[in-house]
Design a protein around this ligand. Structure first.
Ligand code: NAD
Length: 261
């Protein structure tokens, strides 16, 4: 538990399922007040919000498309109106489109960039403006991926968005460090969430992916949420512009794991 988080306010985008939901539930356990953003799964968000409220917490579900500036601004406004402020903004919402690059349609490329990279920019911009207007310290966490480092054929759109997110995070961290606003990334490896549900339902596909992980298993959303809670807390008070990899060692060239090479 991180007692300094008690009573603070967080926005988590894409929180109706997967990693975003696990983060929001973990921050609620830390007694933070939560704006739960969802895009289309209102029920998923509401079930989680109800669960938090039953346990004595504070949360509200808000529909927003992170690629739209007015929607993202609404998330910060809701934090202020419902809970009296904002301390943490987590840009978690994301999507991917698997297709060989020569067949990738412009509209699909644009959608992935709009959600993953522009969405991160818009959430960061809205949070920065809130923190600066209120002359307060702030905390921003951007959900990246091991594919900010590991190139990934058939996912050029996704890899480009996460590579962009890495340098965006580092740039903004440097720009606003004097204002005591910390900006960090989390880069998950292969995590068992709805984004991978179809793939991991096939035991062979699951084993093939686990083979790419030195720890020989797929990660759990709660393991990513634990990193988010630490970055949110004052235990990480001197960390900014950093990426925390939560990947079982996936980015460590796993082909070499048995002394090959
Ligand atoms: P998921 O599909 O379970 O969840 C993604 C969430 O983003 C959903 O709630 C979805 O509704 C939301 N979303 C999509 N488009 C949106 C939009 N326009 N506006 C608002 N919300 C939107 O996937 P996940 O695995 O939980 O992914 C969460 C984040 O973690 C993503 O940024 C993803 O790239 C990243 N990530 C996941 C993995 C993994 O293996 N699962 C690995 C690395 C990085």
């Amino acid at each position: 538990m991180y007692t300094d988080l008690n009573g603070k306010v967080a926005v988590v985008t894409g929180a109706s399922k997967g990693i975003g939901k696990a983060i929001a539930l973990r921050l609620a356990q830390e007694h933070m007040k939560l704006v739960f953003n969802y895009h289309s799964d209102q029920n998923g968000a509401q079930v989680a919000v109800d669960q938090i409220k039953q346990n004595g917490g504070d949360a509200v579900a808000v529909q927003a498309d992170v690629s739209k500036e007015e929607d993202v601004n609404k998330l910060v406004k809701t934090a202020e109106e419902e809970f009296g402020g904002l301390d943490l903004f987590i840009n978690n919402a994301g999507m991917e489109k698997e297709v060989p690059t020569h067949k990738l349609e412009l509209k699909d490329w644009q959608r992935v960039i709009d959600v993953n990279l522009t969405g991160t920019f818009l959430g960061t911009k809205a949070a920065l403006n809130y923190f600066l207007d209120h002359n307060q310290a702030g905390n921003i966490i951007n959900m990246s991926s091991v594919h900010q480092t590991i190139s990934w054929p058939h996912f050029a759109d996704y890899s480009a968005s996460k590579g962009g997110s890495k340098l965006f995070t580092e740039t903004v961290a440097k720009e606003y460090a004097p204002n005591n606003i910390r900006v960090n990334s989390i880069a998950p490896g292969a995590i068992n969430t709805p984004i991978n549900a179809k793939k991991f339902a096939d035991p062979k596909a699951y084993a093939d992916t686990a083979e790419l992980v030195p720890m020989n298993r797929i990660g759990k959303p709660e393991e990513v949420a634990a990193a988010a809670a630490w970055l949110a807390s004052s235990e990480s008070s001197y960390v900014t512009g950093e990426t925390i990899y939560v990947d079982g060692g996936m980015k460590l060239y796993p082909e070499f794991k048995e002394g090959r090479g």
